[in-house]
Design a protein. Structure first.
Length: 359
């Protein structure tokens, strides 16, 4: 697993950042009209502004991982996609030209399970009408941990503090599909991204294909050794499907004593809940004492198994067991989620400022 995670750090070269968040522009959450897209192509074939508008966000493939685990019961040979969270944070970096962003990627919904932090640089190539993504690694990972929360650190960043992965560039081309929906097609030059494994000394060749829309990123990663043998990637060719998160904030609390508590019992209460729509679990802690209530809330966009209807779920989890003890579901586009069990209550509203970023 450690090797696989290490290899993944070289594969997910898909992200970008937004110079301006779409919420600040007042942009619609729906795809742009076909006419607007054609105007964009005519004015800028690279469509760089639209690229950055879409990508200043966080993405997560929680539903895909959740569904894979369900399907695994019927198909034990199924390859389960790893659960990955991506933060693509706009971050001006004077030492690099173009548009830059800080990247943090972690596993299984645990922000401490960081497997990759990078600095991404986007530059135009007007000759080819492509947007080029260059990937930089920090030589001192600890110094730049969670750099999106400390942007001033990057004002004095020097080039000798970075290492560039030459040959691993990702190129993005704007396209319109048969339904007049715009998207960006991402690709790498064939077998130019070459890494020598520190574990076994083998030479590994990376070839990724990617697609992103206003709301999702698809990553099909593939790696082979010099003899063409499989190293990693989904053997069935099924891409990682990462959906742009929407953040909600609000309040929640429980009576001390839980379900058996007297109606006059004191409450553990917080007004500081902040969680995203892609399976994030957040504990209910008292604002004043930081005492744990023993319960957490979770939001998740899922698909109801019996009808295949898309739903938006709010669940209450018992921390001691990890079990969801009750839940409600609603329409996916609903801007509010509320739950009242008398002994436990919570109310959540869509984050108004930068709703697709958690900070």
């Amino acid at each position: 697993m450690k090797l696989h995670i290490a290899l993944l750090t070289l594969v997910l070269f898909l992200s970008a950042c937004a110079a301006v968040d779409s919420s600040n522009k007042g942009a619609s959450n729906n795809e742009r009209s076909a006419n607007t897209m054609r105007e964009d192509i005519n004015s800028d074939p690279i469509n760089e502004a639209l690229f950055h508008q879409w990508f200043g966000a966080e993405f997560n493939n929680h539903e895909q991982n959740w569904q894979d685990k369900i399907d695994l019961e019927k198909n034990p040979n199924l390859q389960v996609h790893e659960h990955i969270h991506h933060i693509f944070a706009p971050l001006p970096t004077p030492v690099l030209k173009g548009t830059t962003c800080f990247v943090k990627q972690y596993m299984d919904g645990d922000a401490s399970m960081i497997y990759r932090q990078r600095l991404y640089q986007f530059v135009r190539n007007d000759e080819t009408s492509l947007l080029e993504l260059n990937i930089y690694r920090f030589k001192d990972e600890n110094k730049f941990t969670d750099g999106h929360l400390n942007p001033k650190l990057y004002q004095n960043l020097q080039l000798d503090e970075l290492t560039n992965y030459l040959g691993c560039e990702v190129y993005w081309a704007y396209k319109v599909d048969d339904n007049n929906a715009g998207y960006f097609d991402g690709f790498m030059n064939h077998s130019t991204c070459v890494i020598v494994s520190q574990r076994n000394g083998k030479t590994i060749y990376f070839n990724d294909t990617l697609k992103f829309t206003q709301s999702e990123i698809y990553i099909s990663d593939k790696a082979e050794d010099e003899d063409g043998n499989y190293v990693f990637g989904d053997k069935a060719g099924i891409a990682h499907k990462n959906r742009k998160v929407t953040c909600y904030q609000g309040w929640g609390g429980t009576r001390i004593g839980d379900q058996q508590a007297d109606k006059d019992a004191d409450w553990l209460f917080t007004r500081g809940l902040l969680l995203h729509s892609e399976g994030q679990i957040v504990p209910i802690l008292d604002d004043k004492t930081q005492d744990r209530s023993g319960y957490s809330v979770q939001l998740a966009l899922l698909t109801y198994q019996y009808t295949n209807d898309p739903i938006f779920k709010l669940g209450l989890i018992e921390d001691a067991t990890g079990n969801t003890i009750t839940y409600i579901w609603n329409d996916r586009a609903n801007p509010t989620m509320d739950l009242n069990l008398r002994w436990m209550q919570t109310g959540l509203n869509k984050k108004q400022t930068r709703p697709h970023l958690s900070f």
